[in-house]
Design a protein around this ligand. Structure first.
Ligand SMILES: [Zn+2]
Length: 245
């Protein structure tokens, strides 16, 4: 009778104290990674073949960090509801919210979204296209504002980027500075934040043209242009991605 080698299937979750981590195995990974999602979801990213014991001890070593992240996200409150783009709903722009009115497309002269007289106007009947139309509107506004703020701050920081790009940077980053191409990129969602927060991210990314890392020299450069940067950074992290659309 042939001997059947019994192999235990890799575990799919890991309990450590009162916490349950989903385990994702990867052949490409070499190190054990741990992540905490905004909704409190816990994950272990495990290189294929690592014994469960070893995963558990790696998770245990990071428990204080995991708990502090969970507390931080809990303090932010429930994740924001995605807007439904219905009449009367309030939508954010530059740290404030404006009521949405649905209007006939003809009133918008070819545009799909406008901000007029303190209210958002959107063409009736966009339905499933509404979010995309708003993202385009926010992205255009972000290009104009970030271009102008970079032009304002570049001489003060003493660094001019080769280009300014506005795009979707995901849920973790507001800005990126590429030291090689000297292009600075910003998330279009920045225009949902108040102007003083936008300016902080601009000064932060421009300062990276001098200093790639967040060392003392970097923060001295930021402070030279923006003495109250700490307060602005704290406001930014307390707002989190509250205003995502
Ligand atoms: Zn940075």
């Amino acid at each position: 009778m042939p001997r059947v080698k019994l192999r235990r299937a890799p575990i799919e979750s890991l309990e450590v104290d009162d916490l349950t981590f989903a385990v994702r195995w990867s052949r490409r990974r070499r190190t054990i990674g741990i992540s905490v999602a905004r909704d409190g979801g816990l994950r272990v990213l495990a290189p294929a073949g690592v014994p469960a014991r070893k995963l558990e001890s790696a998770v245990r070593a990071k428990l204080p960090w995991v708990r502090s992240k969970l507390a931080e996200f809990a303090a932010l409150g429930p994740p924001p509801q995605r807007p439904r783009f219905v009449a009367g709903e309030r939508l954010p722009y530059l740290g404030r919210t404006h009521r949405l009115a649905l209007v006939d497309a003809g009133q918008l002269r070819g545009a799909q979204v406008a901000l007029r007289g303190g209210r958002f106007e959107m063409a009736r009947g966009l339905d499933g296209e509404a979010r995309a139309a708003f993202v385009r509107w926010y992205t255009e506004r972000a290009r104009a504002r970030l271009g102008a703020r970079v032009a304002h701050y570049a001489p003060l920081v003493g660094a001019t980027p080769a280009g300014v790009v506005v795009r979707d940077l995901g849920t973790r980053r507001w800005g990126v500075c590429d030291g090689r191409t000297r292009i600075v990129s910003f998330h279009w969602e920045l225009v949902l934040q108040p102007p003083e927060i936008i300016d902080y991210v601009v000064v932060h990314e421009l300062s990276h043209l001098h200093e790639p890392n967040h060392g003392p020299r970097f923060w001295r450069r930021v402070a030279a242009v923006m003495p109250d940067w700490k307060r602005r950074r704290a406001t930014l992290s307390s707002r989190g991605h509250r205003h995502t659309i």
